[in-house]
Design a protein around this ligand. Sequence first.
Ligand SMILES: [Zn+2]
Length: 367
Amino acid sequence: MKQRTKPTSSKADEHGILFTELTRTSTTTTTIKITENDEKNKLLSFDSLPDYMQDNEFIRDHYRCEWPLKHVVLSVFSVHNETLNIWTHLIGFMIFLWLTAMSLTKKAPVENLVGSFFRPESDGPSMTMMSNKTDGSDSFFPNSYLRHIPKPSILHVNEDSDVIPKWPWFVFLGGAMCCLICSSLAHLFACHSRRFYLFFWRLDYSGISLMIICSFFAPIYYAFSCHPYWRLIYLVSITGFGGLAIFTLLAPGLSSGRFRSFRANLFLTMGFSGVIPAAHAVILYWDKNPQIPVALGFEVVMGLFYAAGAGFYMSRIPERWRPGAFDIVGHSHQIFHVFVVAAALAHSGATLVIMEWRSRGLQICDG
Ligand SMILES: [Zn+2]
């Protein structure tokens, strides 16, 4: 700015110099800002991370680390090693949101398709009974098995049959959505600071436990509707066990990578404790209803998906085979996420089959 006061300068010169200086100053400021932003948005390697963030040494690069909150939020649309972890569960959340919307909507266009997708093809007594209620699906699916599928589906209240309470189904959907959104948020925000890291991973583990507890509600509620004491015992047990698991997982020490196997085993134990009520229901109804084996089949698929997912989670395959090669796409946590969504969908199938059975007037208890 000194030049502005020089007595020898003409007015034009003064303006020219002022303009040049202002331009230079603004260019410098912009450059500094860009450099600062670059610095804030820089993806780090595993070795440059602070201790508390070093979790999986086989993912070598592309870490966001202590970014400002705004940049963290925007990073949902950028490429880093958590992008697919965020999106796999965000898409899962959207699927369950859609299922919830369909379940709440009486005349949803896809309700029959969803309901029929989960309904067994069977010539058993219940299906014979239901076949009187077809509503013209033959014209849409003349030669497919879908034409054998009676309507209306469980996804809307049956005006012409006994209505069963739908709240246990919504408890499951709510638990699944809660788990999936908590997981997406954890994968998005945990990198912001140590405080966020501890908070969001504990939120994630609590969400998983909550989903497992909520998953039990609907099948147990519907399968044991003629055995209220057993229903109470099973529901109280899983709620107590799940509550204890959440309490344990809230301990800050258990969030570290060292306890990866402990957490996975705890979730698996919770999940597989469902074998006890499932076996009980099968003993009670195996020969009385053809839909029970179908529901059981869905639950077995769910168990296999969870087990496979937990296997990837604990073993950190495939990234341990080629560290750094799966940083962005294909590492174990992403595979685990896909299995979690698939398992929850298989469980939805089992629950809808059981609900179908109960909603068709077959809940008359033997006494
Ligand atoms: Zn996750």
